[in-house]
Design a protein around this ligand. Structure first.
Ligand code: FAD
Length: 469
């Protein structure tokens, strides 16, 4: 852990200035709010729980327009106050936990959807919730191309800056893919903040940077034509048989699908509200597919010895129950609720994924339970022939930090790509081949090094860290 070189310079007059700009009700300094707004879902990782538990902001600023954001940023630059931006606060690796105190900027009030074009492009402010974009989009015949399973709480900027892929990614890939993101506008962290706009593939360098490379103030994202989905549950006691069938469904380009997920027993036993559809000892498969194709899929399952146990149509306008509430990182949440000794990892199994699953089970018997999510084409270098690869968020029985490292090392050894969720450093998570580009971007957008300091470990300066002070 990097050390703080000294207390943050936080003169009382600055608090008064914030109150003047934002109104007193939008400047929070009471301990309960400081605690609440300083935390995310970092506790999924027992390692991060130890490392980040005591981190707190000194002030929370609730901001609802770009002009007020600009004035606040300017003051923070003048006084060298660390700034950490927050959306819905659902990140998993302490991405919006301030390492050095300072100000949390809650942009939940900057939530306008400016437009949804006839060509299916949504332009919105950072705090717009994904559920709102999805709902407004569906009214016009569109849906989000990909969204995290936290779409009800997550903000647009939080997903683009902290997330990667999710529901819809089996068809459209993740945030880095193709033209899923059309443009990003960032506010620089300077006494006179500027707006930098990035278009097309230039956007990629601004994505998944944990809010270290400027403040996202507007984004344009491509939507997909809306599909009336059915949500299905299938079960089978034979892991291999289910895996073959699930993979064939995921790779079938003729199916209009939004989700393909497979769980190893006993993971389905953690989904308490679904227990009656998930018989003891059976592995589970969840699928969202165009309701016109449901019958074909059910027949295919039955002819392969797979049982169909449940169907829930998507509601219009969209509302629960969502089967996606049990997928992606929600799976981990259900599991930890039931057994607090569990944690997880994030892997791309790449080619020969069946073998790699067997290798992991053999090397760490009884420690790893498989949770698989099929994704289209990210990262490009790891594509399988169909362009669909098997993402894996296995549940892991936590023994020690050392054991987590052993699992990571073994994954690397057998050619599994890991986005390590047990680190809060950008460089320590996924392998960032373009980290140099991201560092360069930060030097343009945050020359003082006060935006979410410490998260991009290799960036200098960090005025709050002894080593670089
Ligand atoms: C139960 C659960 C399920 C999840 N499922 C998924 C999933 O399916 N796919 C997935 O990718 N992730 C998933 N996540 C992780 C997380 O929910 C997503 O990444 C989510 O999109 C984050 O959005 P948020 O608004 O909560 O962001 P926050 O947690 O508030 O922020 C995330 C990061 O973005 C930065 N940020 C926020 N706003 C801005 C801004 N305006 N400018 C610059 N930086 C900003 C923050 O500083 C932080 O570094 C899951 C997490 C949980 C707890």
């Amino acid at each position: 852990m990097q050390k703080i070189s000294g207390p943050v310079d936080f003169p009382g007059e600055v608090v008064e200035q914030f109150k003047e700009i934002l109104g007193p009700a939008n400047v929070l300094t009471d301990p309960d709010n400081l605690e609440k707004f300083s935390k995310d879902f970092y506790w999924y990782s027992p390692k991060l729980k130890k490392e980040l538990e005591d981190k707190r902001a000194d002030i929370v600023l609730k901001i609802d327009c770009r002009e007020n954001l600009r004035r606040v940023v300017s003051i923070c630059c003048r006084h060298q106050i660390p700034l950490t931006v927050r959306g819905g606060g659902t990140g998993n690796y302490g991405q919006c936990i301030p390492l050095y105190g300072g100000a949390i900027l809650d942009l939940g009030g900057m939530n306008r959807i400016h437009s949804i074009s006839e060509a299916g492009v949504a332009r919105a402010e950072p705090g717009a919730r994904l559920i709102t974009i999805e709902t407004e989009g569906r009214k016009l015949g569109w849906e989000l191309r990909c969204m995290p399973s936290t779409f009800v709480k997550s903000s647009l900027a939080g997903f683009l800056c902290g997330g990667s892929a999710g529901i819809g990614s089996v068809t459209w890939g993740g945030i880095n893919n193709g033209d899923n993101v059309k443009s990003i506008s960032l506010m620089t962290i300077e006494e006179e903040p500027r707006i930098l706009k990035f278009d097309g593939r230039e956007c990629v360098k601004t994505l998944h940077t944990y809010g270290t490379t400027g403040i996202l103030v507007e984004a344009e994202i491509s939507l997909a034509p809306k599909v009336p989905y059915n949500q299905h549950i299938f079960v089978c006691p034979d892991w291999g048989k289910l895996l073959d069938w699930t993979d064939s469904i995921a790779s079938n380009e003729n199916l209009r699908k939004r989700l393909v997920t497979q769980f190893q027993w006993p993971i389905p036993s953690y989904f308490l509200p679904l227990r009656r559809f998930m018989p003891e000892g059976c592995h589970g498969m969840f699928l969202l597919v165009d309701r016109e194709q449901s019958e074909v899929v059910i027949r295919s399952a039955e002819s392969n010895g797979i049982r169909h146990t449940h169907l829930i149509p998507y509601k219009e306008p969209l509302r629960p129950p969502y089967l996606t509430d049990y997928t992606w990182n929600h799976t981990t949440l259900w599991a930890i609720k039931k057994d607090s000794t569990l944690t997880y990892n994030q892997l791309n199994l790449g080619d020969n994924f069946r073998n790699k699953i067997d290798q992991l089970w053999n090397r760490f018997p009884g420690e790893i339970m498989m949770h698989l999510e099929w994704i289209k084409g990210i990262p490009k270098s790891q594509n399988t022939e169909s362009g669909i690869f098997c993402g894996c968020m296995p549940l892991i029985k936590y023994k020690s930090d050392q054991r987590l490292r052993e699992i990571s090392n073994y994954c690397r050894e057998i050619g599994i790509f890991e986005a390590n969720p047990h680190t809060y450093f950008l460089e320590g998570g996924a392998a960032h081949p373009d980290i140099e580009t991201k560092r360069q971007l930060k030097s343009e957008t945050d020359p003082l090094g006060i935006l979410n300091p410490g998260k991009m470990r290799t960036y200098q300066p960090n005025p709050f860290c002894e080593a670089s002070a």
